[in-house]
Design a binder for this molecule. Structure first.
Ligand code: ZN
Length: 159
């Protein structure tokens, strides 16, 4: 059975950056199951998996445009430190959820001085070229319920 739209695909994967540093991996966990063709994976990864079958291994290099997008410096914003008056010990690297028109956005504190805090709303993998090492473990047809929900169901999960 080959990977195509509306198949549920289980993959093992390791994600590394251009320097070979591991950013994410399914190693040590169950394979990742996802519903193919509905945008649950990065676009570049779905394209590479199309037509593959169980047991196949692939290496995929994904440029930022097919991954988490280019960094957008306009997503950096400097706000008064007074906005964080109720946060103890604000520090670089802290992340906050912000409600905006697009739903929840995660912003990361990237600079702090006496008066201001600079926040960055770029995805932490934005602007990065990503290398995926993927092994296809299983390909099966999605159930009617999975198609209705738009995602794969793991055994024992009833969301
Ligand atoms: Zn569901």
């Amino acid at each position: 059975m080959q990977v195509s739209k509306n198949m549920v695909v289980a993959i093992d994967y390791t994600l590394t950056d251009v320097a070979g540093e591991i950013l994410d991996t399914s190693d040590g966990n169950d394979p990742l199951s996802y519903l193919h063709g509905v945008g649950n994976l990065l676009p570049g990864l779905e394209v590479a998996l199309e037509g593959k079958s169980a047991g196949q291994q692939l290496q995929v290099t994904i440029p930022p445009s097919q991954g988490y997008g280019e960094r957008n410096e306009q997503l950096r914003q400097t706000v008064s430190r007074e906005n964080f008056a109720d946060v103890d010990d604000i520090a670089i690297g802290m992340q906050f959820q912000v409600d905006d028109d697009d739903g929840d956005t995660v912003v990361t504190v990237v600079e702090i001085d006496d008066d201001n805090v600079t926040l960055d709303a770029n995805h932490e993998l934005a602007g990065m070229t990503l290398h995926f090492d993927v092994t296809v473990r299983e390909v099966r047809e999605a159930t009617a319920e999975e198609l209705e929900h738009g995602h794969a169901h793991e055994p024992g999960c009833d969301h």
